[in-house]
Design a protein. Structure first.
Lengths: 197, 535
């Protein structure tokens, strides 16, 4: 026996509209996802490019390193200095700042490191022991570039008085050291020097 | 439709992403290229320094020569002692940048191959040598108690170039036998001789000798330049086409010391090929050259090529005395002069760039608005700009002429004496034209010694452009009077010119010197007639 059961359905118009709506919603989700991924990728890639460009544009020159006699005491071979003056010339393509100075002796032992960790608290920069100071302040001192730019003289003072030099935080006159200067974008330059003063 | 829209949106997002990547890569490539360029400049930069001290005021002078492959820019100067301590003092730092601490204001750019002493524009007697003030305001004053100091210049490329001042001293700890010790010093120097021998050449066990001239480098520096004697310095740039005659050697001696030096020149010609040894001497024979100044000796030498030819070069040095002490400069070598070498025979064309007609009208000078109207305009002279694009310097001789090519008859204008344009402009508003210019024929007397008369003609170096003047042979009354002294002129003076006279064009014929085989070299250039004249 045949049974007639009434079946209900949406009209063709409604079906089309629903399909379009579903498509748009799905499409919007896809677009959002694609845009999000592309944006994130662009941001990372752009930052990398910017870092590379800044690095390539950065160039610092150590013009001179001296140990003022006023910062030295004792007599050879026990003459020590705790003040070092470093002249930095920026001949890169952009205004720059120095991120850190690091001095190691011939055996690779770090003698002094002035790191840019807390520019508002100069006393906290120094590693391995606090108390190192750099004047003018490293990260906030702009090194101009261009034909009229001139070297900037930084004075690095170690925390230990020469009289109490422990051979860790002072420079021994006549000893051999390596100075590394790091720019804010990662460019570094090393010079080798003999302490004299 | 929705799919199309979605595709378009996704495509746009993707395209933007790739565009961003391409743009970023381009920026990175540019930065990389700039960094490499800067690095190349650093490696190619090379300066040679000389230091000397003025005895008159104690200033320390730097002479800098750029011997590198790139121009160099000096940004600062500083002095350090033997311990590396900065001992120069500027207004704000030890790095000196300008007046009054220096005599010049930095930065100072030095082109390739140029020494600061040759440069000008620094408004000081020593060219652009850098002087460090030793008096108020004092930047640095050398004191012998400081021992050796290092004078350093910092360049914009980041390089440092230094010179030690004074020069190293001689130290001998053990000497046996006869020994000669030469000391060069920039300051008064004390030499102590300690001897344990019984040699009679040392009369005391300890003696002190004072010496020194107040200079860190040699007090006398010689520069020599030789060129065939000519009325044109441009021939010095290339001696091609020189087959014998007089070579003028100019020797410039610079006295870098703080006192006058009575100087003599010693010159030796060096020849190759079949060139006989030239003969000549310098004038004056001696000259008292004042402190911190230069003097040029003129040394004409007679040179001939011999059978084939060759080259001649001059080597020389200066000698002088100051305060009873003899000073000898380093040896200097001049440029090389090619003599009669067939390989340098002139080839290549001349080019004639433009004409500038100069004229006057004797019939109706007033109220003219155009320089060329009718037959009554009589051209008297014209200028032509001629460039030597050949491979050798030439001398334009008197036979060179300019010709109007007419239907009726030719009209010739001959080259006149002088190397510059002649001015002969009419007055358009007055009742009579301005006074006519005075032209003289270019006359060269050929000597029997060579094909090219010495001191005659108009010399045109390689690549050199000059404006020469041609004039009608009758600068008197146009069309009637034949001017005097025009050796090669015809009986046809400068006459009228217009399109109505059937002018077909111009021909310029330049006679240059004879080549090595004795044949005339001539150049002809035909130009079309456009009926346009520039006055």
């Amino acid at each position: 026996m045949r049974s007639w059961k009434r079946r209900h359905a949406v009209s063709e118009l409604m079906g089309t509209l629903i399909m379009i709506g579903i498509t748009l919603v799905a499409g919007a989700a896809v677009i959002g996802w694609v845009n999000g991924q592309a944006g994130a990728s662009e941001q990372v890639y752009g930052q990398n490019v910017a870092n590379n460009v800044n690095y390539l544009s950065e160039h610092l020159v150590v013009v001179n390193v001296q140990f003022p006699s006023s910062g030295c005491s004792g007599t050879s071979p026990s003459r020590y200095c705790d003040v070092m003056q470093i002249s930095i010339y920026n001949n890169g393509a952009e205004v720059d700042t120095v991120s850190s100075f690091t001095v190691v002796d011939k055996s690779g032992v770090t003698q002094a490191a002035v790191a840019q960790t807390a520019p508002t608290s100069p006393g906290a920069w120094c590693a391995p022991s606090p108390g190192c100071a750099a004047s003018p302040v490293l990260k906030t001192t702009s090194l101009s570039t261009g034909p009229t730019a001139q070297p900037t003289v930084f004075t690095v003072t170690l925390p230990t008085a020469p009289a109490a030099c422990t051979l860790v935080l002072c420079f021994t006159v006549g000893s051999f050291y390596t100075l590394q200067v790091m720019g804010q974008f990662g460019y570094s330059v090393q010079v080798q020097l003999t302490a004299s003063g | 439709m929705a799919a199309v829209i979605i595709f378009a949106i996704i495509f746009t997002a993707g395209f933007s992403y790739f565009s961003f990547q391409a743009s970023s890569n381009l920026t990175l490539d540019k930065a990389n290229a700039s960094a490499q360029l800067a690095q190349n400049k650093v490696t190619q930069e090379k300066l040679v320094l000389g230091a000397f001290q003025s005895l008159t005021n104690g200033n320390l002078w730097l002479n800098i020569t750029n011997v590198g492959g790139v121009p160099s820019t000096i940004v600062s100067v500083f002095v350090t002692n033997f311990a590396g301590q900065l001992i120069s003092t500027g207004p704000t730092s030890p790095y000196l940048t300008g007046t009054p601490y220096l005599n010049v204001s930095l930065p100072l750019s030095i082109p390739i191959g140029v020494t600061t002493h040759q440069m000008n524009g620094c408004a000081v007697k020593m060219g652009c040598d850098i002087g460090i003030s030793s008096s108020s305001p004092k930047a640095y004053a050398y004191d012998s108690s400081q021992g050796t100091v290092l004078v350093t210049v910092l360049t914009a490329a980041g390089n440092e170039f230094s010179i030690q001042y004074p020069m190293s001293t001689v130290s001998t700890t053990s000497v046996t036998g006869d020994t000669t010790v030469t000391v060069t010093s920039s300051t008064a120097t004390t030499i102590t001789v300690n001897s344990t021998t019984t040699s009679t050449s040392v009369s005391t066990s300890s003696s002190t000798i004072s010496t020194g001239l107040g200079i860190g480098t040699n007090a006398l520096v010689v520069q020599m330049a030789a060129c065939p004697w000519s009325d044109d310095d441009s021939s010095c740039l290339s001696s091609s086409g020189f087959y014998g005659g007089t070579v003028l050697l100019n020797v410039t001696v610079t006295n870098y010391s703080g006192q006058a030096i009575n100087t003599q020149m010693n010159v030796l010609p060096v020849v190759t090929g079949t060139v006989p040894t030239p003969t000549g001497s310098c004038s004056p024979s001696s000259q008292n050259i004042l402190a911190s100044s230069a003097f040029t000796f003129h040394c004409p030498y007679s040179v001939s090529q011999g059978n084939v030819g060759g080259t001649v070069t001059f080597i020389g040095y200066a000698q002088g005395t100051a305060s009873g002490k003899q000073i000898t400069s380093a040896e200097s070598t001049s440029n090389t002069i090619n003599v009669g070498n067939l390989a340098t025979e002139l080839t290549g064309p001349l080019t004639i760039d433009y004409f500038n007609f100069t004229y006057y009208s004797s019939s109706n000078p007033g109220g003219r608005s155009s320089p060329v109207i009718s037959h009554s305009d009589h051209f008297v002279s014209l200028d032509a700009s001629i460039t030597n694009t050949g491979n050798a310097s030439i001398v334009i001789l008197q036979y060179s002429y300019f010709q109007f090519v007419r239907t009726a008859q030719e009209e010739d204008y001959y080259i006149v004496n002088g190397t510059t344009a002649h001015s002969l402009l009419p007055s358009y508003t007055g009742s009579s034209p301005n006074a006519k210019g005075s032209f003289g024929a270019l006359v060269c007397s050929e000597g029997s010694s060579g094909p090219n008369p010495s001191g005659c003609g108009i010399t045109l170096g390689i690549g050199v452009t000059k404006t020469v003047a041609f004039a009608a042979n009758a600068p008197g009354t146009p069309g009637t009077t034949l001017g005097a002294g025009w050796e090669w002129g015809t009986g046809t003076p400068g006459g009228g010119i217009s399109s109505g006279e059937g002018i077909n064009g111009f021909v310029v014929i330049i006679f240059a010197e004879k080549n090595a085989k004795g044949n005339w070299i001539s150049f002809a250039q035909t130009l079309p007639y456009f009926g346009i004249y520039i006055s």
